[in-house]
Design a protein. Structure first.
Length: 95
């Protein structure tokens, strides 16, 4: 990914940090900021950028993968799935 993913976290919000990260990435996919095939930062890189534990980012990425918004592979990292826009992610938002 060429530039850092711009996410804002509110540590006083009722939503967990992982859910806020998930929501921010989901919004970026829905509004086209992250196109299908776009590579997301590694857990470590995004955790360092946001000042959170890497497990927090891992949890967010796992939830996105469960919803088929992203796909992960050891060699290719985490990428926006090719059918992310049609996966109807907002229907699953309230998990």
């Amino acid at each position: 990914m060429a530039s850092p993913l711009k996410l804002r976290l509110d540590r006083t919000a009722r939503a967990t940090l992982a859910e806020q990260i998930r929501g921010g990435i989901l919004a970026a996919v829905e509004n086209g900021t992250l196109a299908p095939g776009a590579r997301l930062p590694s857990w470590l890189d995004l955790a360092a950028q946001l000042g959170v534990a890497r497990g927090t980012v891992k949890t967010a990425y796992e939830r996105l993968a469960d919803d088929q918004i992203v796909v992960t592979s050891r060699a290719g990292g985490t990428r926006v799935s090719d059918h992310a826009a049609s996966a109807s992610p907002t229907a699953r938002w309230a998990r």
